[in-house]
Design a protein around this ligand. Structure first.
Ligand code: NDP
Length: 341
């Protein structure tokens, strides 16, 4: 059973050498007397939040998830096939998605495994590692439930061509909003305008001033800012918020690798502008998954939501794919295909 393990805890930007692909020879079966599901991992999802689990636990911090164990397979969402099950909810041969290991096979045991059945096999299986999985649920819950968009809202999305961002922009168009995205390359900017239907987009790396770039595109201000980036992007957008605006704090990828996170200098504007700044945690929305899945599957089938995935082949490429998220190497949702069946 080949797996990606963490060699030691990471400080600063992660590098490929922080991880290692190793093999072990554990028996691939559910042990006698254990209630569990043995799955074969097909697609692994690469997600920025994994970086947090690569750091040593911070003393005194209220962390909700523990760090990865050194020498053990990394853990994240993925698409899998049930090989053997002693759990009453799952049968051998079923396709599922949920929390699994970065390895070829994973034994998932009690408490209840976080696994969902795949109910739209007519759609690409890979989508369950992204738009129909945790990523899509994040985009949907953050935008719809936390952002509460209204028709005609002026919406700004950062990391807009990424896994979450591309879905948020398209949901904004479905909701009748004006939507602008920022991304880190001209190729991504072109994708935003031609593929995902953004009204406008810009490359934040080639703008002399983020505040000026936003002012030009939002002369009357921003109603809803869906932020995946934090740092300088959040600071610049705060200055452009309209009275009663909403900021959905989904991610702060610009901060994850810094030893000393930057402060948010313009936070005070939320007082006179009566801006609501609210975080979204996808874990709070898993109970809504079935409803979300039906709605999102419908949008995909109707062509209202288009999906761009960046798929690399083979578990050996997984460490490289993961660290690529932090330099913007991925174009769309970053996945690793370990097996196709
Ligand atoms: P993406 O597919 O968007 O990949 C990450 C992208 O972030 C890169 O491609 C790059 O795009 C951009 N980026 C990387 N480093 C920086 C930087 N220093 N400054 C600005 N941009 C940077 O990832 P996801 O869509 O999976 O995740 C997006 C965000 O959503 C992350 O912050 C993640 O942590 C968060 N998230 C939050 C969840 C929640 O429950 N709150 C759940 C899932 C994700 P570019 O080339 O455009 O710079």
């Amino acid at each position: 059973n080949r797996k990606v393990v963490l060699k030691s805890y990471v400080t600063g930007y992660p590098v490929v050498e922080d991880m290692e692909v190793v093999a072990d020879s554990v028996e691939l079966r559910v042990p006698a007397g254990v209630t569990g599901v043995l799955v074969k991992n097909l697609y692994l999802s690469c997600d920025p939040w994994m970086r947090g689990r690569m750091s040593k636990p911070q003393e005194g911090a209220a962390v909700s998830v523990p760090p990865f164990a050194i020498g053990e397979a990394l853990v994240n969402y993925g698409v899998c096939k049930v090989v053997e099950s002693t759990h009453p909810g799952f049968k051998a041969g079923e396709l599922v998605w949920g929390m699994s290991g970065w390895e070829e096979y994973t034994l998932l045991t009690q408490p209840e495994p976080l696994l969902f059945k795949i109910t739209h096999p007519e759609l690409p299986l890979s989508h369950y590692s992204g738009v129909l999985g945790m990523t899509g649920l994040t985009a949907y819950s953050g935008f719809v439930e936390v952002g509460r968009p209204k028709k005609g809202d002026a919406v700004f999305v950062s990391a807009a061509s990424g896994a979450v961002g591309q879905i948020v922009g398209q949901l904004a168009k479905i909701s009748g909003c004006y939507v602008v995205g920022s991304a880190g390359s001209d190729e991504k900017v072109a994708l935003l305008k031609t593929k995902f239907g953004y009204d406008d987009a810009f490359n934040y790396k080639s703008e002399a001033s983020l505040a000026a770039a936003l002012k030009r595109r939002f002369p009357d201000g921003i109603d809803l800012f869906y932020d995946n980036v934090g740092g300088a992007t959040l600071d610049a957008a705060l200055l452009q918020m309209r009275h009663g605006g909403r900021v959905v704090v989904c991610g702060m990828i610009s901060q994850y690798n810094l030893e000393e996170p930057e402060g948010v200098r313009n936070l005070r504007v939320i007082i006179p502008m009566a801006v609501r700044l609210e975080g979204v945690n996808v874990m709070d929305y898993f109970h809504t998954y079935a409803r979300f899945e039906e709605e999102m599957a419908g949008y995909i089938k109707e062509g209202k939501v288009k999906v761009v995935e960046d798929v690399v082949e083979g578990i050996d490429k997984a460490p490289q794919a993961l660290i690529g998220l932090f330099s913007g190497k991925n174009v769309g949702k970053q996945l690793v295909v370990v097996a196709t069946d």
